[in-house]
Design a protein around this ligand. Structure first.
Ligand SMILES: Cc1ncc(COP(=O)(O)O)c(C=O)c1O
Length: 392
């Protein structure tokens, strides 16, 4: 190979996608129960698949279409965000359909920043957010949350500099499961407005809340339209991960920048997937509601089993998404421990380092499995941690 080809690229500084790393370990140990990837166990509503079948015979399904998304889907999304999120798109917002929430986030970063700008991520964060920001040549500024993984406005305010362009929130949160309080989101959104900073709110788990927790969309706050980008996904709610459909509601002054990014990366979202999305959104939230209630009871099993770890670990209440973030009270490299848990106890979790947290933390994902398998998996995790940590 020519030595010029060995020179570093921007990607060398960026963490490897952790799910692929854990996935390859899982494949080496057959029978491993994965509490690793953040996916649900159910597929799309039949109406979505019927809509695709009907679309296959139409020549337009196979052609390039509007870069923003099919007008029928964009209109459907406008109705949904108005009814469910309190976001009136006619008041200064645009809608764009993307190939999932990850792509919406990449567009948002490219549209709102220049290289060298700073983007604030409350820790723990979603690893692909950090990766996207660094790929765009920007700097991630990590800001701590409190013991319940709630936002710390004082820490965020202290982290602001003249290069701060964006603050990102994820609620319900991946990886902690925390649902941010309405008052903290209001204060953060107002801070962004007053300082001329964008608030990017990633909300793929909007329906996944438990107990008394309530999801709030910052895009609905008064005066939010000038600086707030709200990102949604069908991946979790509708079992749609492979269809790659998400959307973003963003300030209208970003339209030209957003379209440049979309046109270059995707041209237009896959037409068949958009037809499926219309079918799914017509069924609506009612489709995933029973699944969410089932997940709530699975969460109870997870939390009660993890409590068997006693003083060995701390698991703050997780009222949303389908994750718990476990802090193990041991001075050990979590990736090494995660590998041992797979090899010796056949259970996979994701080390917290991928989410920006130092110390021995693990994300436990319980969306992909039936109750019995989750119970077995968490049982293995508890046994594995007890034995591994005692031997250290
Ligand atoms: C916070 C967050 N944003 C975005 C995504 C990606 O969603 P999509 O499949 O729509 O790209 C995930 C998936 O786990 C996520 O947890």
């Amino acid at each position: 190979m020519h030595e010029n080809l060995r020179t570093l690229s921007r990607m060398d500084r960026i963490q490897a996608p952790i799910i692929a790393v854990i996935g390859s370990l899982i494949r080496q140990v057959p029978g491993t129960i994965s509490l690793g990837q953040g996916v649900v166990h159910y597929g799309p509503p039949p109406e979505a698949i019927d809509a695709v079948r009907a679309a296959l015979d139409r020549p337009s399904t196979h052609e390039y279409q509007d870069g923003l998304g099919l007008p029928a889907l964009v209109a459907r999304i406008a109705r949904k965000v108005s009814a469910e999120n309190g976001i009136d798109v006619s008041r200064g917002y645009e809608v764009m359909v993307t190939a999932g929430a990850n792509m919406a986030f990449m567009h948002a970063v490219l549209a709102t920043t220049s290289p060298g700008d700073e983007v604030i991520l409350p820790v723990p964060f979603y690893f692909n957010h950090e990766m996207a920001i660094e790929m765009a040549g920007c700097r991630v500024v990590r800001v701590p949350t409190d013991d319940a993984y709630q936002l710390r406005l004082d820490a965020i305010e202290a982290a602001l500099t003249e290069r701060t362009r964006v603050i990102v929130t994820i609620s319900p949160n991946n990886p902690s499961g925390a649902v941010f309080t309405e008052s903290s989101l209001r204060r953060l959104n107002a801070l962004c407005r007053d300082r001329g900073i964008y608030h990017v709110s990633d909300e793929p788990y909007e329906y996944f809340t438990y107990g008394g927790a309530r999801h709030v969309s910052p895009g609905s706050f008064a005066d939010a339209a000038g600086h707030t980008l709200s990102i949604y996904s069908l991946s979790k709610a509708y079992g749609f991960a492979g269809w790659r459909v998400g959307y973003v509601v963003y300030p209208e002054h970003l339209a030209a920048a957003m379209i440049k990014s979309q046109d270059t990366i995707l041209i237009c979202p896959t037409i068949a997937s958009q037809e499926a999305a219309i079918g799914a959104l017509d069924v609506g939230r009612a489709y995933c509601e029973p699944h969410v209630r089932e997940l709530e009871s699975i969460r109870d099993v997870v939390v009660s089993k993890l409590s068997e770890l006693g003083s060995l670990a701390v698991v703050p209440a997780a009222d949303g998404a389908f994750y718990c973030l476990l802090k193990v009270n041991v001075d050990s490299d979590p990736l090494v421990l995660a590998e041992r848990l797979i090899r010796e106890y056949k259970v996979a979790v994701v080390p917290g380092t991928a989410f920006g947290i130092d110390g021995c933390y693990f994300r436990v994902a319980y969306g992909a499995l039936q109750r019995e398998t989750v119970a077995e998996g968490v049982g293995r995790l508890v046994e594995g941690l007890e034995r591994c940590v005692r031997r250290m």
